[in-house]
Design a protein around this ligand. Sequence first.
Ligand SMILES: Cc1cc2nc3c(=O)[nH]c(=O)nc-3n(C[C@H](O)[C@H](O)[C@H](O)COP(=O)(O)OP(=O)(O)OC[C@H]3O[C@@H](n4cnc5c(N)ncnc54)[C@H](O)[C@@H]3O)c2cc1C
Length: 173
Amino acid sequence: MKVDADYTPKPYEQWRASDWPRTYLARGFDNIWAVGIAFAPPHQISRPRSSPNGTVIAPAPPRTGMPSGVMGRLAAESIADRISDPAAKPREASMAAMGAACVASAGTGLRSGSAAAMTMMPIVPDYATYRTGRDLADTRGELGLAGHWVKLMLHHLFLHKAKGRLGWQFIPE
Ligand SMILES: Cc1cc2nc3c(=O)[nH]c(=O)nc-3n(C[C@H](O)[C@H](O)[C@H](O)COP(=O)(O)OP(=O)(O)OC[C@H]3O[C@@H](n4cnc5c(N)ncnc54)[C@H](O)[C@@H]3O)c2cc1C
């Protein structure tokens, strides 16, 4: 669904971090939110390129688990605000201001496992704020056993949260 993004077609040089949605309120509907994979991105996040034989390489924006979870919580909080105060402003969480972490498994085993762990801040590059588009202090990647332990921990924590067990609300997205 189209939401509060700037969908004006424009060349890569004119793409801005501010094109990205903040509230995820559907266009023309003040009581419908579209988060995670449900919202239409305004454009790709990286410069579209093509291979020597002409195959278009246009990286689609990643709306992965962590940002989807953050957007979902934000929309739920906005709805709760709206119930207690009909004039409440919707909360905001732009992917151009939000960081994300991702851990991709590359082998199991408590001592022999491996995973690629990466963090990115912000998810959508912001060239007006950061020279490279991203905060390099918070944008990192590492491959190894520690990543596997993190993935294993997240697996149990997320299931605990999803099942609403004791203390679920203290586990972040
Ligand atoms: C194989 C795979 C691996 C991934 N690995 C990672 C990873 O390691 N890290 C990471 O961050 N992200 C990962 N992702 C991405 C992540 O899972 C998604 O970005 C995230 O789940 C999107 O959340 P969502 O709530 O927007 O959508 P979904 O999680 O797809 O939720 C949509 C829900 O809506 C339900 N639904 C659909 N139609 C209807 C309907 N008509 N009525 C009612 N319900 C409906 C669906 O059943 C589903 O439960 C992976 C995705 C895949 C496919």
